[in-house]
Design a protein. Structure first.
Length: 453
C-alpha cells in the first residue's frame, strides 16, 4: 500500500491525472497545495491485490468438515466420518472458529479430542469468530469513511472534479477574521469526530474481546463432553467409545480424562494464546491491518497535498507520516482497546449489549480521551508542517530549519518511545508455543485408530 501510494505520487509528477485540485494555502504565499484521490485509491487497490496474491501463493490446504464431508448422501457421509481421524492426523494445526455454541456440537468436540490425542504438542488455536468479522468490517468502514474525507477535502477546495483547476486561496491576510477560520474549525471537527468513532470502535472491540475471553474461559472450565449434542444416538455411542479409548489411562474413564484435559491443560494453553502481554492485548500486526485505510490516506493523500512544496518539507512530512502511521495511531488505538478491556473486566456483565447499556458514559469518556490524544497529535504535526512553508498561518515568521528539526525529533522520539512501551515484546508471547513441549495434553496417541486410504 505504501509503495503504491508513493509510486502514484511520483507518476503524477510527470503525468497528472484528472480529478486533482490545486489551491493556495495563503493568498500571498506561492506554495500550492493539491488534493488528489488517486494515491489513496492506488494504495487500497494494491493492498487488496497483494493480499489475494499472497493467499494464492501460500497454497494452504484446509479440511473443513461441513464442506469436505458429504452432508446429503448417508454412505459418503459415513465414509468421511470414518476417515476423520486420518485427516486430523495429517493436519499441522487445529484452527477453531469459536463461538458460544462450539462445545454444544459433539462432532466438533470429537475433532478437538482426536487432534489433541494425535498431536499433543501441536497448537490448538481458538479464533473468536466475532472478532475476525469485526476486524474486516472495521477495515471496510474505515475505507469508506476516509474516502469520504478525501472527497470532502477536494470539495472544500472548490475545484472541478473532472479536471485539474486552480482553486481559490483557502487563507488570506487576516484569515482568522474570515470564513476560512470557520471552514478550518469544521474540518477539525470532522477529523475529531472520525477519531472519536475510531476510538469508540476500539473501546467496544476491546470490551467484546474481553467478554468473549471470559465466556471462553467459563466454557472450558465447565466443559463436559457428555453435555454436547448429537442428532444420531448411534453416532453419540460411537464417538464416546472413540474418545474413551483415546484418553483412558491408569484405570480412569476416558471421557472423564478428556474432560479434565480440556478444563486444565487445554484451557491454560488457549488462554495463554489469547493473551498478548501486560501493556496491550491487541497484537501490533492486527492493528496495522485495521489501520490499512489510514495508511493509504496518510502516505497517499497527505503526501500528494505537499507534492509541490520544498524537498525539505516533503522529507520531514514523510518522516512525520511514518511515525504517525506506525507509532502514534497504533498506540492510541491500542490504549483505547485496553480501556475497553478494563471496563469490561470491571463491569462483570455477561454480554456486550448489557455492558454497552450499563457503561455508556465510561465508553464515551474513554473514546473522548483517545480522540483528544489523536487530534492534538494531528494538530501538532499540522502546525509543524505549517511552520515550514506557511508560517503566516500560525502568525510567525519563517522559522530556522534547525529549530523545526528539533521539534520534529522531539515529536518522533516521544511517540516512538510511547509505541515501544505500548507494544513491549515479552517472553511469554512465544511461551504458549513451548508450553506443551515435552508434555502432552492427552495420551501419547498410541491407541488412536487412524484410517487413511
Amino acid at each position: 500500500a505504501i509503495f503504491a501510494c508513493l509510486a502514484m505520487s511520483c507518476l503524477q509528477r510527470a503525468v497528472e491525472l484528472p480529478g486533482n485540485v490545486r489551491t493556495l494555502m495563503v493568498a500571498d504565499n506561492p506554495t500550492v497545495l493539491l488534493a488528489s484521490p488517486w494515491e489513496y485509491l492506488a494504495g487500497l487497490l494494491a493492498a487488496v491485490a497483494s493480499a489475494f496474491l499472497l493467499l494464492a501463493m501460500q497454497q494452504r490446504i484446509y479440511f473443513v468438515d461441513a464442506a469436505c464431508i458429504h452432508q446429503a448422501n448417508r454412505a459418503l457421509k459415513t465414509t468421511g466420518i470414518r476417515h476423520l481421524a486420518g485427516y486430523v492426523a495429517m493436519s499441522q494445526r487445529l484452527l477453531v472458529l469459536w463461538d458460544e455454541h462450539y462445545f454444544d456440537r459433539l462432532w466438533c468436540v470429537y475433532e478437538l479430542a482426536t487432534f489433541s490425542a494425535i498431536h499433543p504438542n501441536k497448537p490448538v488455536i481458538f479464533l473468536p469468530l466475532r472478532s475476525a468479522i469485526a476486524t474486516f468490517v472495521t477495515v471496510a468502514l474505515e475505507a469508506i469513511a476516509f474516502g469520504m474525507i478525501v472527497v470532502f477535502h477536494i470539495l472544500l477546495f472548490d475545484g472541478d472534479m473532472p479536471g485539474s483547476l486552480q482553486g481559490p486561496a483557502l487563507l488570506g491576510q487576516g484569515w482568522w477574521e474570515t470564513e476560512a477560520l470557520l471552514l478550518f474549525l469544521v474540518f477539525v471537527f470532522v477529523i475529531g469526530f472520525g477519531y472519536f468513532l475510531i476510538c469508540i470502535g476500539a473501546t467496544m472491540f476491546g470490551a467484546d474481546m474481553a467478554l468473549q475471553r471470559v465466556a471462553l474461559q467459563k466454557h472450558l472450565e465447565s466443559f463436559d463432553v457428555r453435555a454436547a449434542g448429537c442428532y444420531s444416538a448411534a453416532d453419540r455411542v460411537e464417538i464416546y467409545a472413540a474418545i474413551g479409548s483415546m484418553y483412558a489411562q491408569n484405570g480412569m474413564d476416558g471421557l472423564d480424562a478428556f474432560n479434565q484435559m480440556v478444563r486444565t491443560a487445554l484451557k491454560d494453553e488457549v488462554l495463554q494464546r489469547l493473551h498478548h502481554g501486560d501493556r496491550t492485548t491487541l497484537p501490533y500486526s492486527t492493528l496495522l491491518l485495521v489501520m490499512l485505510p489510514l495508511v493509504c490516506l496518510q502516505f497517499g493523500f497527505i503526501n500528494a497535498a505537499l507534492r509541490e512544496t520544498s524537498a525539505f518539507s516533503q522529507a520531514l512530512c514523510f518522516v512525520l507520516i511514518a511515525v504517525a502511521t506506525f507509532a502514534v495511531v497504533p498506540s492510541v488505538v491500542a490504549m483505547a482497546f485496553d480501556r475497553g478491556v478494563r471496563l469490561a473486566r470491571s463491569s462483570n456483565q455477561p454480554d456486550l449489549p448489557t455492558f454497552a447499556s450499563q457503561a455508556r458514559l465510561a465508553i464515551a469518556w474513554a473514546a473522548v480521551r483517545g480522540a483528544t490524544e489523536m487530534l492534538l497529535t494531528s494538530l501538532s504535526a499540522f502546525f509543524l508542517l505549517c511552520m515550514m512553508d506557511f508560517p503566516e498561518v500560525v502568525g510567525l515568521s519563517q522559522m530556522p530549519r534547525a529549530l523545526l528539526l528539533a521539534f520534529a525529533c522531539l515529536f518522533c522520539i516521544t511517540w516512538l518511545c510511547m509505541a515501544r512501551c505500548t507494544f513491549w515484546p515479552r517472553a511469554d508471547h512465544t511461551s504458549a508455543d513451548k508450553l506443551w513441549q515435552g508434555r502432552g495434553r492427552g495420551g501419547d496417541g498410541g491407541n488412536v485408530a487412524v484410517e487413511i486410504e
